[in-house]
Design a protein around this ligand. Structure first.
Ligand SMILES: NC(=O)c1ccc[n+]([C@@H]2O[C@H](COP(=O)([O-])OP(=O)(O)OC[C@H]3O[C@@H](n4cnc5c(N)ncnc54)[C@H](OP(=O)(O)O)[C@@H]3O)[C@@H](O)[C@H]2O)c1
Length: 298
């Protein structure tokens, strides 16, 4: 393992950053692809990571990033279209470079008949990797735990003690990026048993949004209510917030799928791969308490 080099894309992001933490813990050599050379890139360099700045839509940059790499994590931002194009560049470059294992971030809603354009692109992205012949493991997580901290949800919790999204009666087991980072690293370090597999990923406990609101509130010592929002109101709210049309189409479609039960489920995949149970909602809120605390917000 000492000589192997692992490429982590989305290295300044949630799951990429967590995968780097775990690989470094195991003494692995890591190359990071970041989109911007900023303080986050400098912090990675300070930890001994070989940092490249580049765009996943720049095929030459992707080829350079994959040179001499044994295993790679591929993650593409949900805010941007062109996932399929980025996947094609990555798969072809990995094939030419002889990469021995790729972990591909997809999502639980990746289906051939998905209404979300981004979820459909994830489904086609998986197929591109499969056709390419590069050894690949697909990850299909449910909603991340970090969902609680996204811009369309966090201010409601912090300022109004409220969780309001169009979740209906749907349920999911929120999964933290830290747990996914451990999964990604373990697969890259020992890929043999995982190649060709598709893993749905779930957190420790499955809840509806009333339960999530209650647990977040209990952990913070406040009362936080779930106030169901209509899909139309949600779509209008995100539009007023200036979020990209691509993302709004995705997220409203995904909430429709969520209401129909497509994000539900629970299993032991994370523990089986990492040897550790995934984080609970309570653990996550305790670890990130300051984010949810009104005084800490601008
Ligand atoms: N959130 C969920 O609940 C959920 C659930 C299931 C699956 N997923 C999947 O998870 C993925 C997102 O993972 P994440 O949360 O770890 O991502 P993330 O935190 O958004 O990080 C993505 C990183 O990619 C960088 N980036 C942006 N555009 C780029 C480009 N053109 N080329 C190269 N890098 C670029 C960003 O850089 P900057 O930071 O500099 O902008 C960012 O650091 C998506 O594919 C999504 O479908 C998410």
């Amino acid at each position: 393992m000492k000589d192997e080099l692992y490429l982590i894309t989305g290295a300044a992001g949630a799951t990429g950053g967590a995968a780097i933490d775990e690989l470094l813990l195991h003494g692995a050599r890591v190359r990071a692809l970041v989109h911007r050379d900023d303080d986050r890139a400098a912090a990675l360099r300070a930890r001994g990571v070989d940092v490249l700045t580049g765009d996943l839509l720049d095929d030459k940059a992707v080829q350079a990033a994959l040179r001499d790499v044994s295993g790679a994590y591929f993650v593409y931002p949900i805010m941007q279209p062109q996932l399929i194009e980025a996947t094609v560049y990555f798969a072809q470059a990995a094939r030419v470079a002889g990469v021995q294992s790729i972990v591909n971030m997809s999502q639980i809603s990746a289906k051939a008949d998905a209404q979300s354009h981004a979820a459909l692109a994830h489904w086609y992205g998986e197929r591109v990797f499969d056709w390419s012949g590069v050894p690949v493991t697909h990850l299909r997580p449910t909603f991340f735990m970090e969902w609680l901290t996204y811009g369309f949800q966090l201010p409601q919790i912090v300022k109004h003690d409220m969780l309001s999204v169009p979740a209906g009666d749907g349920r999911h087991a929120p999964i933290a990026a830290a747990d996914q980072g451990r999964v990604i690293a373990r697969i890259l370090l020992e890929p043999a048993d995982h190649i060709g597999k598709t893993y749905p990923l779930f957190g420790a406990e499955e809840f509806d949004h009333e339960q999530v609101a209650r647990i977040v509130g209990d952990t913070l010592g406040r009362t936080i209510r779930y106030v169901p929002e209509s899909l139309d109101a949600f779509e209008a709210r995100l539009g007023h917030a200036g979020l990209p049309e691509h993302f709004i189409q995705h997220i409203t479609s995904v909430y429709r799928a969520y209401q129909a039960g497509e994000f539900a489920g629970h299993d032991d995949t994370v523990e089986r791969i990492t040897g550790r149970k995934p984080m609970t909602v309570r653990d996550y809120v305790l670890q990130n308490r300051e984010i949810f605390t009104p005084d800490a917000q601008p």
